[in-house]
Design a protein around this ligand. Structure first.
Ligand SMILES: Nc1ncnc2c1ncn2[C@@H]1O[C@H](COP(=O)(O)OP(=O)(O)OP(=O)(O)O)[C@@H](O)[C@H]1O
Length: 351
């Protein structure tokens, strides 16, 4: 057996993202890895339910030999074999994020031998992770610029702490990914979004969030439409409330933001917080927002050719993604060039 590449999970962001990117690259480059100090930068280090189910999903997808995959484990060995396709389930019993399960599996499914059908359980709209609506309305159109996509069916929403969400994902493999050049943010064409309540929460909360977001964003355009609605009890029985915002520009850029109402927080504050995040991303001149940034790095690395994306401030998640990818893939090198406010992230592929 080859010596595994050593990945220190305490570096930079020090969170679950290091494990996810290492697993994905391990499968795609067919390199065994040992990840140690898993999530050492977090208050509860080691594998939580969401991370563990992510490891198990990757094990199933690639027929891997895995050692150390137990709850709270801080070290795992992962030796991938053949990347297949087919039907897989990841039954997270907590509100662990469904979108982060997709984050680890999607690049592999795109390069699998056959179509993949994923049945993912857990949280659909949770803190510190993309809300499912962010993934489908902001991340997905950005992914499509690389010539790849996925279909989804949101069967049930799951919120903290109960979880219980269910999303079906269907991924058709691609022959290759196209490199992208996204350098001109352009002018804002329109802003739209969704402000929701679920469970027994009153619709008024959604209206207040939407109004606060509109007030903050009207300095950019008058073309703002935010739909306020109450989730159907059958697909979202538990209490939650939040907002997702999307901005489209005349050069085809799609930037977004989102927020959930925290316990004891005024809905007005939540709406303004999401809008401020979008405003910040737009004012920094990037072609993608601060969250899509790190989520696109892996696709830049896997594309057939050099990609360039203009972003605002480079996040620690982005620096972490670049660091781990460069460790596992000698065929690409990232470079960041700053003009003071924005930055161009360039991925150069060695021929
Ligand atoms: N509000 C948000 N909107 C969109 N994406 C988000 C948002 N918040 C976080 N993310 C994304 O979720 C991912 C979080 O990675 P991170 O390593 O912090 O999380 P994790 O696996 O939950 O682990 P940990 O518990 O260790 O933090 C990143 O890709 C980040 O861009």
């Amino acid at each position: 057996m080859d010596q595994p590449v050593q990945i220190d999970g305490s570096e930079l962001e020090g969170g679950g993202q290091i494990l996810r990117i290492a697993l994905t690259m391990s499968v795609l480059k067919n390199k065994p890895i040992q990840v140690f100090n898993i999530r050492a930068g977090r208050s509860r280090p080691g594998l939580l339910e969401q991370h563990l189910k992510g490891v198990e999903l990757m094990k199933d997808l690639s027929n891997a030999y895995v050692k150390g995959a137990t709850l709270n484990s801080t070290i795992i060995d992962f030796h991938p074999k053949i990347l297949q396709g087919g039907r897989y389930r990841a039954p997270v019993k907590t509100a662990g994020s469904i979108t982060l399960l997709l984050q680890v599996a999607l690049p592999c499914c795109l390069f699998a031998k056959e179509v993949s059908e994923l049945e993912l359980h857990g949280g659909t709209n949770t803190e510190m992770a993309p809300q499912i609506d962010y993934t489908t309305e902001i991340f997905k159109p950005n992914l499509e610029k690389f010539g790849a996509t996925f279909d989804f069916d949101l069967v049930r929403r799951g919120y903290f702490p109960k979880g219980g969400g269910k999303v079906l994902i269907n991924v058709t493999p691609v022959k290759n990914l196209k490199p992208v050049t996204l350098l001109n943010q352009g002018q804002i064409d329109k802003i739209y979004g969704w402000s929701f309540v679920a469970g027994v929460l009153p619709l008024k909360m959604a209206n207040v969030m939407a109004d606060a977001a509109k007030n903050t964003l009207q300095c950019l355009t008058n073309n703002i439409k935010i739909e306020c609605y109450k989730e159907d009890h059958d697909i979202a029985p538990n209490n939650e409330s939040g907002i997702i915002l999307v901005a489209e520009t005349d050069t085809g850029c799609i930037l977004g933001s989102s927020a959930l109402v925290k316990r004891g927080e005024q809905s007005e504050f939540t709406g303004k917080k999401a809008a401020d995040s979008l405003l910040k991303s737009i004012r920094q001149g990037g072609c993608v927002d601060e969250f899509c940034q790190d989520q696109l790095i892996i696709f830049m690395a896997l594309a057939d050719g050099n990609s360039r994306i203009k972003v605002g401030e480079v996040t620690l998640h982005t620096k972490t993604a670049i660091h781990i990818i460069e460790k596992l893939d000698e065929s690409c090198k990232f470079k960041i060039v700053s003009d003071g406010i924005s930055n161009i992230i360039e991925c150069i592929k060695k021929s």
